[in-house]
Write a protein that binds this ligand. Structure first.
Ligand code: AMP
Ligand code: ZN
Length: 136
């Protein structure tokens, strides 16, 4: 897509600090890092998000993201890694080309989960599970 920022990075029209590439995916540094070593992994072929991606591109992105995460553990001293991919504006997505955030983590880094971790109502969980199963 000609007006897509990350397609511009794939095509090298827009500069990026690349760290790894495969035939389907590219990893590069996030320029507004949430933590030291924060990287992004994207498919070469445009797709808006994980909801629209092919199985092949999803697999390629997660495989490369895992490699980048292992590198962060080996080289940057990360003791954990957050893998995150937002889909659509209501989930907070701001760049509409699928990307997996690879965020190196350490104990006490203050990178909080955004949800409250309250125990769910079992009947509600069963009802939601039944509806999800119908679509899977
Ligand atoms: P999201 O909010 O999940 O859509 O994340 C988009 C990410 O892209 C943010 O973390 C931005 O910091 C990052 N970003 C935006 N523009 C660039 C760029 N030119 N190079 C690298 N990362 C970028
Ligand atoms: Zn794109």
């Amino acid at each position: 897509m000609s007006d897509c920022l990350f397609c511009g990075i794939v095509a090298e029209r827009i500069p990026a600090i690349r760290i790894a590439e495969t035939d389907r995916a590219i990893a590069f540094m996030d320029i507004f890092p949430a933590a030291p070593g924060h990287a992004l992994v994207i498919p070469r072929v445009h797709t808006d998000d994980a909801l629209t991606a092919t199985d092949e591109d999803l697999a390629a992105c997660l495989q490369l993201a895992a490699r980048v995460g292992r590198a962060a553990v080996e080289q940057l001293g990360a003791t954990g890694v957050t893998f995150q991919s937002l889909a659509r504006p209501d989930a907070g997505q701001t760049v509409f080309h699928l990307h997996v955030h690879v965020i190196p983590r350490v104990a006490g880094d203050g990178f909080a989960f955004p949800w409250p971790h309250a125990e769910g109502d079992l009947a509600e969980l069963e009802g939601q599970a039944a509806r999800l199963r119908m679509a899977l």
